[in-house]
Design a protein around this ligand. Structure first.
Ligand code: CTP
Ligand code: MG
Length: 221
């Protein structure tokens, strides 16, 4: 069955602090959203792309994107936006969920995620080792623990799933998972990691946007 990529792009980009919602910020002549979609289509392994945007930007997104890309309205939280995207892809057999904010993700990474799914894995996430030691803290900022760094990984997208499994996760799990695989984990299902790519970093802060522009070889916007 079809491989469908959902692209959550309905966030506001508060941490980036640009005047337009983050997915619509321009990066080397193309919006982040357009770059993310072009990467998915360029991977050669995605049949359909569904982007999820704020209510007010549906027409702007349609004008920005190639014909055939579906545009639907997102929700308050990222999970609400993914849910809206899933509802628009009832015939999907495999689903990728890929943040618009990871605009520079190499198509080869997208292809590797799909290859793992086609080899029979039902949940696949790209990860990288973390360089910093990570601590847990309480609300007052006092350290409560130091997980061994060797066991920690930073998680990227696209995350890939058997479509039925992801639908079940979104139906049966409520809560505040910050990624889609987190919901699948709570069903007790195995999530497979593959090696991610530095270029798949999430553009979150002005620092990240500056890095993205340096990587594209342009100093300014
Ligand atoms: N996202 C979404 N719907 C939401 C919130 C987030 O589709 N209600 C999307 C964002 O557009 C982004 C991805 O989820 O592509 C990852 O979220 P994040 O990097 O946190 O983006 P924002 O929520 O836009 O940024 P911020 O948290 O700084 O406001
Ligand atoms: Mg956010």
């Amino acid at each position: 069955g079809p491989v469908v990529a959902l692209v959550p792009a309905a966030g506001r980009g508060v941490r980036l602090g640009e005047p337009v919602p983050k997915a619509f910020v321009e990066l080397g002549g193309r919006s982040m959203l357009r770059r993310a979609v072009d990467g998915l289509l360029g991977s050669g392994v995605v049949d359909t792309v569904v982007v999820i945007v704020p209510d007010a930007l549906v027409e702007a997104a349609r004008a920005d994107l190639p014909d055939g890309v579906l545009v639907v309205v997102g929700g308050e939280e990222r999970a609400d936006s993914v849910r809206a995207g899933l509802a628009a892809a009832p015939d999907a057999a495999l689903v990728l969920v890929h943040d618009a904010a990871r605009a520079l993700t190499p198509p080869s990474l997208i292809a590797r995620v799909v290859a793992e799914l086609q080899a029979g894995r039902t949940a696949v996430v790209p990860v990288l080792p973390v360089s910093d030691t990570i601590k847990t803290v309480d609300v007052l900022g006092t350290v409560t623990g130091t997980p061994p760094r060797s066991e920690l990984r930073a998680v990227q997208t696209p995350q890939g799933f058997d479509a039925d499994l992801l639908r079940r996760a979104y139906r049966d799990v409520n809560g505040d998972a910050t990624d889609d695989a987190g919901l699948v984990e709570r069903l007790g299902e195995q999530v497979r990691t593959i090696v991610g790519e530095p270029e798949a970093f999430k553009i979150t802060t002005p620092w990240d946007l500056a890095l993205a522009r340096v990587l594209l070889g342009q100093a300014g916007p």
